[in-house]
Ligand binder design. Structure first.
Ligand SMILES: Nc1ncnc2c1ncn2[C@@H]1O[C@H](COP(=O)(O)OS(=O)(=O)O)[C@@H](OP(=O)(O)O)[C@H]1O
Length: 204
């Protein structure tokens, strides 16, 4: 990481940090003051999105349903499959809390980032000790895309929306498998809500 001058914030983004065992110790050894921001969404939708992304690169992979189970007959879920593993947020957070206090970690809701981007970014700005510069007036909702877009991109007068790889159509998954996954994640989600003090609403 480059040195940071007074009045500057240095940021780095890598999705796999949150689920990498060695990451908290290494980041803490670099700087114990580091603030951490993690975007989380319903782990079931997350798993399907993850699978959809892999499928777009490797169309020959087995079905989501068959990858979900270690044993289809007993219904034993394959927790070693990364698409499933990553969504066990409470377990990953436990690992981070060995090195960082909860006050240094902010969880952003992926769902709210779509339905209320300004509200969610308001929390981010507060967490980073920044003035709330980004507000509702910076966004509009693009119905076709299903995502908010920036009215003006930085250094441009043109709007900016998310790229083509965001908002891929997810395949239809057997509702029984989805339900089985909901049941699997529920206790981990409850623990995660408790740990973070925020109810993400994935288990309504
Ligand atoms: N800004 C913002 N707000 C809300 N949701 C967002 C945002 N950026 C990415 N996404 C969604 O995250 C999913 C994974 O996207 P990634 O950027 O990590 O990967 S990828 O570029 O699509 O490969 C992928 O989810 P799905 O589209 O549901 O599969 C993205 O749409």
């Amino acid at each position: 990481m480059p040195k940071t001058l007074e009045g500057q914030i240095t940021m780095e983004k890598t999705p796999s940090y949150f689920v990498t065992r060695e990451a908290p110790a290494r980041i803490s050894a670099m700087s114990r003051d580091t603030k951490l921001i993690v975007v989380v969404r319903d782990p079931v939708t997350r798993a399907i999105s993850d699978y959809t992304q892999t499928l777009s690169k490797k169309p020959d992979i087995p079905s989501f349903e068959s990858l979900t189970f270690k044993n289809m007959t007993t219904g034993l879920i394959d927790t070693s499959w990364s698409a499933i593993q990553i969504g066990i947020y409470a377990k990953h957070l436990d690992n981070w809390l060995q090195y960082f206090p909860m006050e240094q970690i902010l969880f952003v809701s992926g769902e709210r980032l779509i339905s209320d981007p300004a509200g969610e970014l308001g929390r981010v700005q507060d967490f980073l000790g920044l003035k709330r510069i980004i507000t509702d007036k910076h966004f509009y909702f693009n119905q076709t895309k299903g995502f908010p877009c920036l009215k003006k991109a930085e250094g441009s007068s043109k709007p900016h929306c998310l790229g083509k790889t965001k908002g891929r159509t997810h395949p239809n998954i057997d509702p029984e498998v989805v339900q089985r996954l909901r049941d699997f994640y529920r206790p981990f989600n409850m623990k995660f809500y408790q740990m973070t003090g925020r109810f993400f609403g994935w288990d309504d």
